[in-house]
Design a protein around this ligand. Structure first.
Ligand code: GLN
Length: 291
C-alpha cells in the first residue's frame, strides 16, 4: 500500500470544506462520521489521530465517499450500517434506513412484551415489513424470553434482516418470512408491530433527496392517502393477534386520527399514543376491543 501525503486532520478539513460548500448543514459532524466509519476509528480516535498519514487507498476511499455524499447519499448508507437501539445494523438497497424516532415504537411496546412474558413465560412477536429487522431485533434483544418473525415482501430486506439477526446474536429467536402483510403468516402473536410505508404518493417527489433518492420507494409510499398499509394491517390483524395482545404502529405526523379510525372500525381500540423527538404524533398502540 502506498503511503499518501495527506494526514487524517487534513482529510477531515477537506471533507468538511467540500460538504459545507455544497450547503450540507452538518458538514463537520458528517465528515467525522464518514471518515471515522471508513477507517474503523472511534470518535475519540478521529479527534486524537489527526497526525496519522493516510495510505493512498484510504484517501481514495474517502474521496469516493465524499463524492457520494455530495450526491446526497446519506452517510450511513455510504458506510453500509447504522446504529439503532444500541445495535449496529446493516443496510441494503431495499431497506429503509432506521430512524431514531422508531426507537420510540420499540420502547412503547417493551412494557407490553414484559407484561406478557411475566404472565406466560414467553412472548411471540410479529414485525410486518421488517426491513433491516430493526424493530423486532431491538424487542428481542431486550426480551430474552421472546421469539419473533420479521416479514417483508422484499427478499433483499429479508436477507438483510437475517444478517442483522446473526450479527446481533439473535438468529435463534428470529425467523424471516417473505409475505405481503399477513399473506404467508400463520399462528397467533402477542405483539404485532409495523413501521409501514405511510407517505402519501404525491408527497414523495418533495421529500429530501436523502430519503427520496436513497430510501426504497416501497418502504415509503403508503398509496394515494398514505393509509393503505394501515387498512391492510387492521383488516388482517384480528386473525393473528392473541386476545390480550397489542398491535403497535408507527404513523406519519398527521395520521393519528385517521389511523385510529381505521383500527377502531376493524375492532381495535387505542391504548397508547406517543410523540417523537420533534413532538409529532408517531406511535399508536391498539388492543382488541372488549365485546
Ligand atoms: N419516517 C420516514 C420519513 O420520514 C418514513 C417512514 C415510513 O414511511 N414508514 O421519511
Amino acid at each position: 500500500m502506498t503511503t499518501g501525503t495527506t494526514t487524517l486532520a487534513e482529510a477531515l478539513a477537506q471533507a468538511r470544506g467540500r460538504l459545507a460548500e455544497a450547503g450540507l448543514p452538518d458538514a463537520a459532524i458528517e465528515a467525522r462520521l464518514l471518515i471515522g466509519g471508513l477507517l474503523g476509528l472511534s470518535g475519540t480516535e478521529v479527534f486524537t489521530g489527526g497526525d496519522r498519514v493516510l495510505r493512498g487507498d484510504e484517501q481514495a476511499r474517502i474521496t469516493n465517499a465524499v463524492e457520494r455524499r455530495l450526491k446526497r447519499e446519506p452517510v450511513h448508507r455510504i458506510l453500509g450500517s447504522r446504529e439503532f437501539h444500541g445495535m449496529d445494523l446493516l443496510l441494503s438497497k431495499e431497506t429503509l434506513e432506521p430512524r431514531p424516532d422508531t426507537e420510540i415504537l420499540v420502547d412503547s411496546l417493551l412494557p407490553h412484551v414484559r407484561r406478557i412474558v411475566a404472565a406466560k413465560g414467553a412472548a411471540r412477536l410479529l414485525d410486518l415489513g421488517t426491513g433491516t429487522g430493526a424493530i423486532i431485533l431491538a424487542l428481542l434483544k431486550e426480551s430474552p424470553e421472546a421469539t419473533g418473525i420479521g416479514s417483508d415482501i422484499s427478499e433483499d430486506a429479508l436477507r438483510t434482516a437475517a444478517g442483522n439477526a446473526a450479527r446481533t446474536g439473535l438468529a435463534e429467536r428470529f425467523e424471516a418470512i417473505r409475505s405481503d402483510w399477513f399473506e404467508n403468516i400463520s399462528g397467533r402473536f402477542d405483539i404485532i408491530v409495523s413501521n409501514p410505508p405511510y407517505i402519501r404518493s404525491d408527497v414523495i417527489p418533495s421529500l429530501e433527496p436523502e430519503v427520496r433518492d436513497f430510501d426504497p420507494p416501497a418502504a415509503l409510499d403508503g398509496g394515494p392517502d398514505g393509509l393503505s398499509p394501515y387498512r391492510a394491517i387492521a383488516a388482517g390483524a384480528g386473525d393473528f393477534l392473541e386476545k390480550d395482545g397489542v398491535i403497535g404502529v408507527e404513523i406519519g405526523f398527521d395520521q393519528k386520527e385517521a389511523v385510529t379510525a381505521i383500527f377502531r372500525s376493524a375492532g381495535f381500540e387505542p391504548v397508547q399514543a406517543a410523540r417523537d423527538y420533534g413532538g409529532n404524533d408517531r406511535v399508536l398502540v391498539f388492543t382488541v376491543k372488549e365485546p
